[in-house]
Design a protein around this ligand. Structure first.
Ligand SMILES: C[S@@+](CC[C@H](N)C(=O)[O-])C[C@H]1O[C@@H](n2cnc3c(N)ncnc32)[C@H](O)[C@@H]1O
Length: 252
């Protein structure tokens, strides 16, 4: 498998856990191997060498982890199955904060058309190039409409989002407010989602004050509750929000 060195054990663990009870494990393994065969291996090897030092010392949660192309392609392959993208008609997909482009890579493999937006980042750009994916540079900004992306999308995804992480104030992280989230969701529903359509968000945990006064990582409970009230299917455990909409929807 390609780019497997940094988190080889987590790849094997994910693979084992994900596929043990999965009735489609043969199909998933076959697709993963086909996807890995499509990676520009020599280019990925050069990129990994360039970042070898940083990779050894970096926080495991840092962006260098995405050099483990096999692990993150597997994750996105499992997501593609969860969203029913492994079959059916070609769909138009918008992936917000696309990172190294692992999800667009899987979507394209299944014949879908994907626009992956993100801010500029040389490492992510390099990984995406190894996957044959082009990133579109668009910054998500609180309380600002996204630009016209030239089309509407049947599916909008945003996985492990960090665009809501605003800054550090007095030693504490500051995240988007509910009003800022509502603004983004309404913009996506009004201007970027085709109906029927699906919006899928996988949150990152936020530092919040825990019960005993110390900061701990939690998914944003208020956001999850608001999404549930507005008709989304949510997972509090996984930090997932999924709107499956037949027609235009509003949050505010
Ligand atoms: C944790 S990574 C997740 C990458 C990818 N979605 C995945 O699941 O593999 C978060 C991504 O959000 C992007 N990002 C952060 N702030 C952003 C902003 N304001 N607008 C767009 N993308 C942003 C980062 O550059 C990074 O690619």
């Amino acid at each position: 498998m390609l780019g497997g060195h940094p988190t080889k054990t987590s790849f094997e663990r994910t693979l084992k856990t994900a596929l043990r009870w999965n009735p489609r494990r043969r199909e998933i393994m076959r697709d993963l191997l086909a996807l890995m065969a499509a990676v520009d291996g020599p280019r990925l090897e050069i990129l990994s060498q360039e970042h070898a030092n940083a990779l050894r010392t970096a926080d495991p949660a840092s962006g260098y982890k995405y050099l483990d192309v096999a692990l993150y392609t597997l994750q996105k392959l499992l997501l593609a199955h969860e969203l029913g993208l492994e079959g059916g008609l070609p769909r138009r997909v918008l992936d917000i904060g696309t990172g190294g482009g692992h999800f667009p890579f899987v979507c394209q493999f299944f014949g879908h058309q994907v626009v992956g937006i993100d801010i500029d980042n040389e490492l992510y750009k390099g990984i995406a190039a190894c996957l044959g994916i082009q990133r579109t540079i668009v910054r998500v900004t609180p309380l600002a409409l996204l630009p016209n992306l030239g089309q509407k999308f049947d599916l909008i995804t945003a996985c492990d989002v960090t665009f809501n992480d605003k800054d550090d104030r007095d030693g504490r992280r500051v995240y988007w407010t509910l009003a800022e989230w509502a603004f983004l969701l309404d913009d996506l529903f009004a201007h970027h989602l085709e109906y029927p359509g699906t919006l899928y968000l996988k949150l990152n945990k936020e530092w919040q004050r825990g019960f005993f006064g110390s900061d701990r990582l939690f998914f944003n409970r208020e956001l999850l509750a608001m999404a549930a009230r507005k008709g989304a299917v949510i997972s509090r455990r996984r930090g997932i929000i999924k709107f499956s909409l037949a027609s235009r929807h509003e949050i505010r």
